[in-house]
Structure formats: C-alpha cells, structure tokens
Ligand binder design. Structure first.
Ligand code: PMP
Ligand code: GLN
Length: 381
C-alpha cells in the first residue's frame, strides 16, 4: 500500500452524495451549488473578454482592475484598515485553493489550528498537509460558540483559529458579541484568525455579515476568504480572493505562486467589468436566497421535519428525529433510494459527530419548482 499523506481519507461527502443522487436520478439538494445561471450580463462580460483576446496569464496576485474594484467595495463596506488592492488582495482559483495556500503559508510543522465543528470539509486535511494539527472543538448544543473551551485549548502551539461566517452547514452568522468574545480571548496572543466568508452576501432577516476585517482588535492578524462561485452563482468558475494585511499577504503569495500562479483571466476581467457596472449587485444575492429559504421552509411546513433557524448561506438544516432514528448517513441514502431527494448528513462535518443528532442539510439554491417538488416528496415521510 502506498504510504498515504491522508490515510483514511475517502472521496468527500459532496462527491459521494452527488454521485449517488445522479445514479438514482434524485433531486440533488446535497452538494451546495445553484441550479440557476449567473447574471446574463456577467456571462456577456466573460464572452467579451475571451473574444477580446484576454486569454493569457494574469498577474500572479490577480487582475489589477478586479483587485481595485474589490478594494473599493470593501472600503465602502467598512474595514478596520484601508484595503489596498496591491498589498492586501490576492485573487485565487476558488476559496478551496485559497484556503490551502493560507494553511501552507502560515501553519508551521506542529502548529495547532482550532476548528469549530461542524466544520467545512477541506480545513482539517489542508491543515494536516501543511504539517499542522487540527484541534476540533464542537459548537455548543444550542449552536453557540464554545468560548470557554476555546480559552482552555489555547497554548503556545496555537497558531490560528478558523471561523466560518455565514456558516456551512449550520447557516449561523458570527455576530458582534461573538467577535467581541473571540477578540477578548485572543487579546494577548498573536494567533491568526482565518475567516471563511464565502457566503458573506447571503444573510437573512435582521442578521448582518460582519467580516473579521471589520473587527479592529483582530484585523491586523486576520485573513478573510471570499468566493465568486457563491456570489455569482457560478461554483464551476472556481474564482475567489483572499484579503489580509500586507505581512500575511506576502507569505500567502509566496506559496500561492507555486500552487496555481494565477487564476483564470477572462473571468477576472469579466468580474471587474460586471461589478463596476453593478455597484449594488451583492445586495440582490441575499434577497434572492432569502426568498428561496422562505419558499422551501413554507413548503416543508406540513412535514415532520423540524427546521433549524437559518440566518445565512444557502443551506437548511432539518431535524428528522420525528421520522426516523437511523444514523444520518444511512438516512440520507434511504431518502435518495425511497423518495429521490438527496441531502448531506451533517455528521460528515465533525471529527466526533454527536451520536444522538439526527440532522440533514438541504441546499435551497434551486429553482422554485425544484424546491416545491422536493418539499412535496419530503412531506410524504
Ligand atoms: N468554504 C466553504 C464554507 C464552502 O462552503 C465552500 C464551498 N464549497 C468553500 C469554502 C469553497 O469555495 P470554492 O468553491 O470557491 O472553492
Ligand atoms: N461547498 C459545497 C457544499 O458545501 C461543496 C463544494 C464541493 O463539492 N467541494 O456543499
């Protein structure tokens, strides 16, 4: 057997559930991706860029126009320091590659990185591949952050704490009081805060996205990760960006130049053009996704699923304990095979899944008729 760098690691839960869903021709609410297309004006911008011959390498850090637009926007939204497109923003081929570069660049052998479970699937393996040690603390049963436990786990080896807001899979938004609590705990340390903010433009009701870069006590050791895959409904485009203070950006770029060197050019040019012409585009994303969330929730009202609150991102968690006591992996397979609806078992996001938790995650970034059809099937249970 080959001496694996990731022994025990199989295909990701998203690969597994989407494959099973396709095999059974189920409605795929498992892997998170929109069923609808990006704005046609954005697609036109890509077409134009390609036809205009913008098909060769971009500068390593990304197209200057795009970094400029992103810096302007972040400064408009408010940041604890003024974002400079040359010093602070790096365009990458998707958040996953961005996260990988960050861990490779900033985590040294033996460093501990604190994750809050349930946590997105790429963090722990990417940390391990950088020689780091993921330290996984579970969220409290009521969905609050385990700040007491965090305090106890901080030690001289702790290099980084990873936050994900809005949260995949739970749809939680890290609020002002959470940032304050985290700031107090990290006050006399130089621990880096990596904030995965790929769903930053999907926040609902009274919830507000607060970036780590807006928190004065943390911004000078913060790294924020964004994804156009989410913001443009174009997960297959694999385009994102990292925003960080200059000393961290320099280290991240040292690694990133050898991971990919640069992200694809026509999409970068297109993103810059489109955002320039649509200064308020991002606001439309929350509006759209909130409608989707509401529609799916309303259609499930007569079901026996209990819906957990969803403040952001495009996932609805349901508790199915009134329907079955099966483990969630088995129940997710059962749903595909019996009613033809695919979901993600939430246990996949834990190192030690809570044994009695009976939760599934449904992606609601789908066309209305898909949401209606799948909810009607789920109501039969
Ligand atoms: N972080 C989280 C929390 C995600 O849900 C995703 C989306 N799959 C990513 C990172 C990766 O984003 P990208 O598709 O841009 O690589
Ligand atoms: N982020 C997506 C999800 O949570 C999946 C992306 C992937 O398949 N790697 O469903």
């Amino acid at each position: 057997m080959y001496p694996s760098k990731l022994p025990g690691q199989g295909a990701s839960i998203f690969t597994v559930m989407s494959a099973l869903s396709n095999h059974h021709k189920a409605i795929n609410l498992s892997q998170g991706f929109p069923e609808f297309n990006p704005d046609p004006a954005l697609v036109d911008c890509v077409d134009r860029a390609m036809r205009n011959g913008q098909n060769q390498y971009s500068p390593m850090a990304g197209q200057p126009n795009l970094r400029g637009v992103l810096a302007d926007r972040q400064n408009r939204w408010g940041r604890a320091f003024s974002i400079d497109p040359d010093k602070h923003i790096t365009i990458v081929p998707g958040a996953t590659a961005g996260l990988y570069s960050i861990f490779q660049a900033l985590v040294l052998s033996g460093d501990e990185v604190i994750l809050f479970d349930p946590s997105y699937d790429c963090y722990a393996p990417s940390i391990q591949l950088a020689g780091g040690v993921p330290v996984r603390l579970s969220l409290n049963a009521d969905g609050s952050y385990p700040f007491e436990s965090l305090k106890q786990h901080i030690n001289p080896k702790t290099k980084m704490v990873v936050v994900n807001t809005p949260h995949n899979p739970l749809g939680l938004v890290f609020g002002q009081s959470d940032w304050t609590a985290l700031s107090e705990i990290l006050a006399n340390t130089d621990i880096i805060v990596l904030s995965d903010e790929v769903y930053e433009h999907m926040v609902f009701d009274a919830a507000q996205h607060i970036s780590v870069l807006q928190v004065p006590a943390l911004a000078d050791r913060a790294v924020a990760v964004s994804s156009f895959g989410k913001t443009f409904h174009a997960t297959g485009w694999k385009l994102g960006y990292i925003t960080a203070p200059e000393y961290l950006t320099n280290e991240i770029r040292k690694v990133y130049q050898f991971l990919a060197f640069a992200a694809n050019t026509p999409m970068q040019i297109a993103a810059a053009d489109f955002l320039t012409n649509h200064p308020l585009y991002e606001q439309s994303v929350s509006v759209l996704m909130q409608q989707k969330r509401n529609r799916f929730a309303a259609a499930l009202k007569s079901s026996r699923f209990r819906l957990l609150p969803c403040e952001g991102a495009y996932f609805q968690i349901v508790d199915y304990s009134a329907i079955s006591d099966m483990q969630d992996q088995a129940f997710a397979v059962h749903l595909i095979e019996t009613i033809g609806v695919a979901a993600i078992p939430v246990s996949a996001f834990y190192q030690q899944p809570p044994q009695t938790q009976r939760w599934l995650r449904f992606c609601f970034a789908k066309n209305d008729d898909t949401l209606d059809k799948s909810a009607a099937l789920l109501c039969q249970l």
